[in-house]
Design a protein around this ligand. Structure first.
Ligand SMILES: NC(=O)c1ccc[n+]([C@@H]2O[C@H](COP(=O)([O-])OP(=O)(O)OC[C@H]3O[C@@H](n4cnc5c(N)ncnc54)[C@H](O)[C@@H]3O)[C@@H](O)[C@H]2O)c1
Length: 327
């Protein structure tokens, strides 16, 4: 079987990617330091424990498995934390990616797929952001991801491998089987936090800022189902395998929902009120980020079919009602 190295394979999106790769006939090898991921989430192929900041560790794993491609999900991904501790983000996300890319070059891995983010765009005076939108990140997380995008272009130009960059908007939901899902400790993402508040597992949800220039004053985001998102990654891998050139794709639905609208959908789906209180704006949060995603449809044939807000909330609720991970 063709091996694909999946960094961050014990995390939320990486574990779903491993499942999708296995279903498509690949052998996913998960590489993860378990800092925010879970050993229990690695269910679809071998596991290699290691840290990307340790150049020798990742080089040895790439040498050992000689994968046909690398999908690179491992990173730190919290805007607020990145503003508090930018060095941590540059060290983990940028230095870690540099070690990985160097290992890929040293051991001749020909294809690379990178998890980037809409946070690389920053604030713009239009809502819909396509791939040609100037990238002007306003937080260290987005800046670290943009640096890796540029690193990929530099390395690919010099060493000749091909890559796809996926810029995700907000990822939500869980695999329909209930085997894997989103499990962060502490949780920072809106939908799981709102579900916890609506089901009494946390006392209240904080809404950060009601004075943004959006229809109801709360931040607007574009939510995409994790299963749709990882399907795009498999399509992106097949696109490279067919000999197509490196490319960049947004992954979102083109529809924005405010924090308040998400809270209302969670209340509707759970049948409970979502206790919420207002807090101040968080440093680094953009007012509105909505994806112009036509390119992924046109080039990869991608069409997100599970990415309605009620469906994502229902799938997340099913997962949250289960056992989660214990290790
Ligand atoms: N969740 C979203 O809405 C979203 C949006 C845009 C982009 N992304 C990107 O998607 C990727 C995956 O995000 P996620 O939500 O699954 O996060 P996650 O925290 O669940 O997964 C990240 C994984 O990387 C591992 N990891 C972190 N640092 C590492 C290191 N130095 N060495 C080895 N492993 C390390 C963690 O243990 C974890 O398993 C990230 O690159 C993130 O920036 C996520």
């Amino acid at each position: 079987m063709t091996k694909v190295l999946v960094t961050g394979g014990a995390g939320y999106i990486g574990s779903h990617a491993c499942k999708a790769l296995a279903a498509a006939g690949y052998e996913p090898v998960a590489f993860d330091n378990l800092s925010t991921g879970w050993r229990d989430a690695v269910q679809f192929g071998p596991f290699e424990e290691g840290d990307l900041r340790d150049a020798e560790s990742i080089s040895e794993v790439v040498r050992k498995h000689s994968p046909a491609a690398i999908m690179h999900f491992a990173s730190l991904a919290e805007v607020g934390q990145s503003m508090e501790d930018p060095a941590l983000y540059w060290h983990t996300n940028v230095l870690g990616s540099l070690n990985l890319l160097q290992a890929a070059v040293d051991h001749g891995v020909p294809k690379f797929i990178f998890s980037s983010t809409c946070a690389t765009y920053g604030d713009h005076d239009r809502v819909l952001l396509d791939e040609n939108t100037p990238q002007r990140p306003i937080n260290a997380y987005g800046a670290s991801k943009l640096a890796v995008e540029q690193m990929l272009a530099n390395f690919s130009g010099r060493f000749g491998f091909s890559y796809t960059i996926f810029r995700y908007f907000n990822v939500a939901g869980a695999d329909a089987s209930g085997e894997i899902g989103e499990f962060h400790d502490p949780e920072t993402h809106l939908i799981p936090l709102a579900i916890d508040a609506a089901t009494g597992r946390r006392p209240t949800l904080t809404i950060f800022g009601r004075d943004y220039p959006t229809p109801d004053g709360t931040c607007v985001r574009d939510y995409v189902h994790v299963s749709d998102l990882v399907d795009a990654h498999v399509a992106g891998l097949e696109y490279l395998e067919a000999g197509n050139p490196s490319n960049v794709f947004n992954l979102g639905t083109g529809h924005g929902f405010s924090v308040q609208q998400v809270v209302d959908v969670v209340a509707n789906e759970t049948g409970n009120n979502t206790p919420a209180k207002d807090g101040p704006r968080r440093a680094g949060d953009c007012a509105a980020l909505v994806s112009g995603s036509a390119r992924a449809g046109e080039v990869l044939g991608w069409s997100p079919d599970r990415s309605t807000l009620p469906q994502m909330v229902r799938d997340a609720m099913r997962w949250h009602a289960g056992k989660g991970y214990s290790g």
